[in-house]
Design a protein around this ligand. Structure first.
Ligand SMILES: C[S@@+](CC[C@H](N)C(=O)[O-])C[C@H]1O[C@@H](n2cnc3c(N)ncnc32)[C@H](O)[C@@H]1O
Length: 283
């Protein structure tokens, strides 16, 4: 079967009519509102995710669904939520947290720096900010003698609910090093023994907030580190450069920008010292 025949077959099987113009409308909406760039390769994924919304809302056409998205704020949020990609994991790209423990923490200690501000930008379901917080806890920084705060933000309100809850399946503990597991998490007991819960002392260090990276940012004062990992891959080059410039502005001198393994900072590289392994220091 040729690719065109195969495509025809997929379309035949579609429950709702989904035209090229429907896809273009979604592409333009997402680019304008969120910076997320959806290529044609994502057509089936987009259709599949939104078909669920059509069923949920009882509508029978994309045309009617777009009208709802434009008139109902809740559906607009659900529409955007359904088109984000939220894959994440505790201690993803572990070398970033080794660098925190082995280089950043000793530097803060040498300089007697007590105020630490970190931003997890695009935090998804919370594994990234809890990884940061448990790393700080294992280094003895989440104590009353320090002022450590982590801001964790995401565009998607649904993943933020999971993040705020701070409860995960016990299998997640397999990738958490034992010191961080000990300082950051509690295993459930009895009926909850299949659950892993973040310790309240660690949870307390994090503020979760809905934030679109394309909009204004709330921070006051310079940041010591920004984690924006596996988020920029969804944006176009110009948008990535603008974002990195804004991160550079927000970092204090010596502050570190962490990005994802398949991302790069392009021309903005001239403003940072490249530390290798997708870590960049603002001089
Ligand atoms: C693949 S996850 C990465 C999670 C985590 N940083 C990690 O590396 O494991 C990407 C996250 O970026 C968020 N995101 C996408 N566009 C965004 C935007 N314009 N503003 C804020 N967050 C956005 C998505 O909702 C999603 O949760």
């Amino acid at each position: 079967m040729s690719a065109i025949e195969a495509l025809g077959k997929i379309e035949e099987q579609r429950e709702f009519e989904f035209t090229d113009n429907d896809f273009k409308y979604i592409q333009e909406f997402m680019l304008r509102e969120t910076g997320i760039s959806l290529s044609e390769r994502k057509t089936s994924m987009v259709y599949g995710r939104l078909a669920r919304r059509l069923r949920r809302t009882g509508l029978d056409s994309f045309h009617a669904y777009f009208a709802l998205v434009n008139s109902d704020l809740d559906e607009r949020v659900a529409f955007v939520n359904s088109l984000t990609t939220n894959k994440t994991q505790f201690f993803r790209e572990k070398h970033h947290f080794d660098f925190m423990t082995n280089t950043m923490v000793p530097e803060w200690q040498r300089q007697k720096q007590k105020r630490i501000r970190i931003w997890s930008a695009g935090c998804s379901t919370g594994e990234e900010p809890y990884t940061i917080a448990s790393t700080l806890a294992a280094s003895g920084l989440l104590t009353p003698s320090h002022d450590c705060k982590i801001l964790a933000t995401d565009l998607d309100t649904q993943v933020l609910e999971v993040a705020q809850n701070g409860t995960y399946g016990i299998e997640a503990s397999k990738v958490i090093p034992s010191a961080m597991l000990h300082h950051g998490f509690i295993r459930g007991k009895g009926k909850k023994q299949e659950l892993l819960k973040v310790k309240p002392s660690v949870r307390k260090a994090i503020t979760f907030k809905q934030l679109n990276l394309t909009a204004a940012w709330p921070h006051k004062g310079p940041l010591d580190a920004i984690f924006c990992r596996n988020v920029m891959i969804y944006f176009e080059k110009d948008m990535q450069q603008q974002l990195i410039y804004r991160f550079w502005e927000k970092l204090g001198s010596g502050g570190i920008l962490f990005i994802g393994h398949s991302e790069s900072i392009g021309q903005m590289g001239s403003r940072f010292e490249n530390l290798g392994q997708t870590m960049f220091r603002k001089p």
